[in-house]
Design a binder for this molecule. Sequence first.
Ligand SMILES: CSC[C@H]1O[C@H](OP(=O)(O)O)[C@H](O)[C@@H]1O
Ligand SMILES: Nc1ncnc2[nH]cnc12
Length: 292
Amino acid sequence: MPETITPMIGFIGGSGVYDLDGLEERRWVRVSTPWGEPSDEILTGVLSGVRVAFLPRHGRGHPTPPSALNYRANIDAMKRIGCTELISLSAVGSLKEELPPGHFVIVDQFIDRTFAREKSFFGPGCVAHVSVAHPVCPRLGDALEAAAREIALPLTRGGTYLVMEGPQFSTRAESLLYRQWGCDVIGMTNMPEAKLAREAELCYATMAMVTDYDCWHPDHDHVTVEQVVKVLFGNAERARALVKAVVPRLGAPRGPCPAGCDRALDHALITAPEKRDPALLAKLDVVARRVL
Ligand SMILES: CSC[C@H]1O[C@H](OP(=O)(O)O)[C@H](O)[C@@H]1O
Ligand SMILES: Nc1ncnc2[nH]cnc12
């Protein structure tokens, strides 16, 4: 008999999304992990009868830049508190004319250009290679699409998110290069987040909220924080409406993920049991508990 999972929907709120409203049994909870401290306390509560958790990715008040985020602690903490799926709400720049500020994109691919971050829970003493060929859970994508259409958000389903290191925005040459690569949007945070969610066997999807045209567009000034923030105020309101619309669609008890996100480690571990490092295995207590 396949296991029945009672979902707890986790949200990781990006720039401009530092809180969730409308929760019952609302409580900010401190969660420590073997990987260090997450960005902030995690807000837990109940929305439409469904358990939810919310982590402000950069911390409340936005003290932490993309490269200094402890992505491993964030993902571990969300799983540790009971999340079964993760939805990222992220501000992005647009690399396509037809994705103007105010538009929403359910991305389904990433190009990871980050280079100064811890990208795996595994390493010497326990080597694992998961597939991220399809980094986004289609079931979460379907739920996000249905919810976004219900509240009439301007929406595109599918797109490639270029993840840059930052914190500076791109040069014009870089922006033009990413357009040539066929990328749709650009941001600084969703990798290694999506890779780590896969290693932790959590379903993951991103709702990207376009705030600017980066710096490639001949008719628009280059992106500034001021501009991002201005658009974000509108977007953040709509992001909250999206959360309220998506949660009931994901809340029912369910079987295993049809795409296999929750079994990503089934064929990933390659280190022989007798060669595994007990100290690392102890840190993997929650992330890899199903297979260790
Ligand atoms: C404030 S603009 C740059 C900043 O916004 C995005 O963050 P998030 O994905 O957490 O919404 C982008 O990735 C940068 O970190
Ligand atoms: N143009 C841009 N580049 C990188 N991250 C962003 N976040 C929002 N706009 C961005």
